[in-house]
Ligand binder design. Structure first.
Ligand code: FMN
Length: 161
C-alpha cells in the first residue's frame, strides 16, 4: 500500500467487528501519529482512553459503531488565538496520521466531533481552554463504505498574481 493509496482508500468506519485491538497496535498507531508536524515541537495532543462508564454517558447515537476502543483526542491551550489554532491544526494532522496507521493495519476509525460540545466536555472532564478535536471509535471494520466522490481539485485552485 502506497501512502497515496492509504490516503485515498481510508474511509470513515461506522460499523465495527467486536474483535479487540491489541494495546501494542494501538500504541504503535498513536506513536506513528506523533510524527505529525507541530510548531515549535510543542506536541499539543493528549489522548483520553474512554472506559465503559464514560462511553455510556456520552450516549453517542450509534455507540461509535460498536468500536472496541474509544479515544478522545484533545489539543492543549495556548497563549493566543493564533497559537490555539496552530495546536488544533497539529492535532488534526495527528488524527489523520493515526487513521492512516490504523488503516494500514486493516483497522478503521470513526471520527466524531461530539466531544467539544459543552455537555460532552464535562463528561470527559476536559479542562478549560483544551479543545476536543475528536472522539474516535477504533476497531476492525465490519463494513467499509464506498468512497464519496470529491470535487475536482482544479475547481479549488485560485491563482494569485
Ligand atoms: C473534524 C471532523 C469531524 C467529524 N465529525 C463527524 C461526526 O461528528 N459524525 C460523523 O458521522 N462523521 C464525522 N466526521 C467524518 C466525516 O463525516 C467523513 O470524513 C466524511 O463523510 C468523508 O468520509 P470518509 O472519511 O470516509 O472519506 C468528521 C470528520 C472530521 C474531519
Amino acid at each position: 500500500m502506497t501512502i497515496t493509496e492509504a490516503i485515498k482508500n481510508r474511509r470513515t468506519i461506522k460499523a465495527f467487528k467486536p474483535d479487540s485491538i491489541s494495546e501494542d497496535d494501538l500504541l504503535s498507531w498513536l506513536e506513528a501519529a506523533s510524527y505529525a508536524p507541530n510548531h515549535r515541537l510543542n506536541e499539543p495532543w493528549g489522548i483520553l482512553v474512554i472506559g465503559p462508564e464514560t462511553r455510556s454517558k456520552l450516549n453517542h447515537k450509534k455507540d461509535f459503531g460498536g468500536a472496541p476502543v474509544v479515544l478522545a483526542i484533545v489539543s492543549k491551550p495556548a497563549g493566543t488565538p493564533f497559537e490555539r489554532d496552530e495546536n488544533i491544526m497539529a492535532v488534526s494532522c495527528f488524527v489523520q496520521n493515526f487513521m492512516l496507521a490504523a488503516h494500514e493495519a486493516g483497522a478503521g476509525v470513526y471520527w466524531s466531533s461530539m466531544g467539544n460540545l459543552p455537555q460532552n466536555r464535562e463528561i470527559l472532564g476536559v479542562e478549560q481552554d483544551y479543545d476536543v478535536v475528536g472522539v474516535l471509535g477504533v476497531g476492525y471494520p465490519a463494513e467499509v463504505p464506498a468512497a464519496k466522490p470529491r470535487t475536482p481539485i482544479s475547481s479549488k485552485i485560485t491563482h494569485l498574481a
